[in-house]
Design a protein around this ligand. Structure first.
Ligand SMILES: Nc1ncnc2c1ncn2[C@@H]1O[C@H](COP(=O)(O)OP(=O)(O)OP(=O)(O)O)[C@@H](O)[C@H]1O
Length: 623
């Protein structure tokens, strides 16, 4: 048989090559090596508590650094190691005592190590690693391990020390700054914030992790809510380095083994801001300080810290495996945020007002992400409009809300003249929000610049073909000419770009991806997909306007005599087009329009002008 000839061989391992992979590709930051050492120190303290009948009363870890000497030392009061254990665990890649201990069930929710790899990361930042250790099993003996690559090492007897281990790194010159004690305090203060064993930097009297997280405190349940909130906020402030937290919202989902705190940041956001930050701790150690994807995409204003032992780190320990536990955590966090915001709105009106003021735009988008949030926010968020920011209810006139899809162009002008607020449908999340709002609260949504919206604003009329052709020739610049009646009568004509087509173009450009949250974008795209982007702009000619009436009247008799006035009107249209994008032009333009209309009247022969004046009160002129 073939198998009889096959020889079982052992594959070689090139540790040097593996180190390069670790250093250059697996770990994104040299800090990871420090964290691994503290974690080993911690695990050995846990192991000692489990195994040593006389563990120390005050276990501790001390990390000290010396920039000049380029050394960092991590000292622990753990089990220490015997010479056999050094060979078997410390010096054998992929093997650790910790995993066995954990699999035996002891201290399983406290022990951190599992891969038997972490120690190796020390060689990524150090040119020499020295370990001096005394095991609780042999208190009178000491051992010194030394290696410069993790592959070849020496082990020699050394003077006995206090039971425990000190690991000393001689840093590579490019990593010398890691030895700064201020730096160590800052970094380890974050990484180790939730470890139960106190961590001291150098000779500091206070540990970097002085306070247990609020959710772990056994007395927390008896605390007055105001006190509890204060403590939660204090903890949140320690964690949130960029913003001041406005409020803290607890996360407690024991069914997913998930605990923690979320908070809303004080720094203002726009709809497209993404300041989410979430730190994830697994067994007390910071694994990922930018796990923003565990927070819902609409929560660009939220930060948090969560702790769970179900989330599985990847081997680099800097990211989380995207497994079922990850997805349940995502769901639980989103729920905690929604439920927490609702409770906040009820119980802490002042903080709630601050959140609404700071994050109005982001909350418009958030409301679209969840029906409960929509209910909570529907009456609170403010919509940008031609009349400033208004709540949806205040936008309503005669049962209708007007929304413009352009950048405050003709819509603004028209509605300033009419005194109707127009919501800015081109702004983040406004259009889908208003669509949901009228669905739930009743009323019509008039989308100006869309065919449906235009039909409600401009009452289309018919004219004989010859007059239509003439009007198109003298007034249009490629727009589709539509005779209509509309308010205000002072307005002779109005060019209306096709806002739907514009919006479609804008939202389908790649730029939009960067600026708008995916939730809102998906909603809006669902709507733009149905738009036929080829429609052209329309030019509505107002048959209620005296100048237009006089123009048509004159043209019927003598087109040449009407030509100068037509030119003037065309100029008005162009003027309106060019100025309509600028803000604050409303009143000035209104005046200009009236003046130009007036002068058009004067341009015409006196008797046509007086006929028009009397006809203005009458019906539409017949051909
Ligand atoms: N400070 C220490 N005190 C006692 N034992 C230690 C210490 N540091 C390392 N060890 C031993 O060396 C083993 C290997 O450590 P290493 O960091 O490589 O892996 P690990 O901690 O088991 O797993 P992981 O790769 O997940 O960190 C540990 O399991 C432990 O038995």
């Amino acid at each position: 048989m073939e198998g009889d000839h096959a020889q079982l061989r052992t594959a070689g391992v090139d540790l040097g090559g593996l180190m390069t992979v670790l250093g250059q590709h697996l770990y994104s930051t040299p800090l990871v090596a420090l964290r691994e050492l503290v974690q080993n120190a911690h695990d050995s303290i846990v192991r000692r508590r489990l195994e040593d009948p006389q563990p120390p009363v005050a276990p501790r870890i001390v990390v000290s650094g010396d920039i000049g000497a380029r050394t960092v030392r991590v000292t622990d009061t753990g089990t220490g190691l015997t010479d056999a254990e050094i060979h078997q665990y410390l010096a054998t890649v992929g093997v650790g005592y910790t995993r066995g201990l954990r699999q035996a069930g002891a201290g399983s929710d406290e022990l951190i190590g599992m891969f038997g790899l972490g120690f190796l990361s020390a060689f990524v930042i150090a040119e020499r690693v020295t370990v001096h250790t005394t095991s609780y099993q042999q208190p009178g003996r000491g051992w010194r391990y030394q290696s410069s690559n993790g592959e070849q090492y020496s082990l020699s007897p050394a003077p006995a020390r206090e039971v425990g281990t000190v690991v000393e790194l001689l840093l590579r010159p490019e990593h010398a700054r890691l030895a700064g004690e201020d730096y160590l305090a800052r970094v380890l203060g974050r990484y180790c914030a939730l470890l139960r064993v106190p961590i001291f930097i150098g000779a500091a009297a206070e540990p970097v992790n002085p306070e247990p997280p609020p959710w772990r405190d056994p007395d927390a349940g008896n605390e007055h809510p105001v006190q509890a909130r204060k403590r939660q906020l204090r903890f949140a402030s320690r964690f949130e380095s960029q913003f001041e937290p406005i409020c803290a919202l607890p996360v407690s989902a024991p069914e997913h083994d998930l605990k923690g705190l979320l908070w809303v940041q004080d720094g203002g956001t726009y709809g497209n801001s993404d300041n989410r930050n979430l730190s994830v701790f697994v067994r007390g150690m910071l694994l990922d300080d930018d796990a923003r994807e565990l927070l819902p995409s609409w929560a660009g204003f939220a930060g948090g810290v969560i702790e769970s032992s179900r989330l599985m780190p990847t081997a680099s320990r800097e990211d989380l495996q995207r497994n079922d536990a990850y997805r349940s955590a995502q769901h639980a966090i989103s729920e905690a945020l929604i439920v927490g915001l609702a409770a906040l709105a009820r119980e802490q009106p002042e903080a709630w007002r601050r959140i609404l003021a700071r994050h109005n735009e982001a909350l418009l988008g958030a409301a679209l992400g969840d029906a409960r949030l929509f209910e909570l926010l529907a009456g609170e968020v403010r919509i940008p409009s031609s009349h400033g920011e208004l709540r949806a209810g205040a936008l309503r006139r005669d049962g209708a809300i007007h929304v413009g899809l352009g950048g405050g162009g003709f819509e603004d002008m028209l509605f300033r003249m009419l005194g109707v607020p127009v919501a800015r449908g081109d702004r983040y999340a406004v259009l889908p929000f208003l669509r949901q709002w009228v669905q739930r609260h009743g009323g019509r949504l008039i989308e100006i610049g869309t065919e449906q919206g235009n039909r409600q604003l401009f009452t289309e009329q018919s004219l004989p073909q010859a007059e239509l052709d003439w009007l198109r020739e003298v007034l249009a610049d490629g727009e589709k000419l539509v005779p209509a009646r509309f308010a205000p009568a002072e307005l002779p004509l109005m060019a209306v770009p096709d806002r739907e087509a514009e919006l479609k173009r804008r939202l389908e450009s790649d730029e939009a991806d960067k600026r708008i949250s995916m939730t809102a974008l998906r909603l809006v795209r669902g709507f733009t997909a149905g738009i036929d982007g080829s429609a052209q702009a329309r030019l509505y000619v107002n048959l209620d306007n005296p100048a237009i009436q006089a123009l048509l009247d004159t043209a019927r008799r003598d087109p040449a005599a009407a030509a100068p006035a037509a030119r003037l009107l065309k100029a008005i249209k162009q003027l309106m087009d060019s100025h309509s994008e600028a803000d604050g032009q409303g009143p000035r333009l209104n005046g200009a329009l009236a003046a130009i209309g007036d002068s058009a009247l004067r341009l015409l022969p006196p008797q046509a002008a007086s006929i028009a004046a009397t006809q203005a009160q009458d019906e539409q002129p017949t051909a």
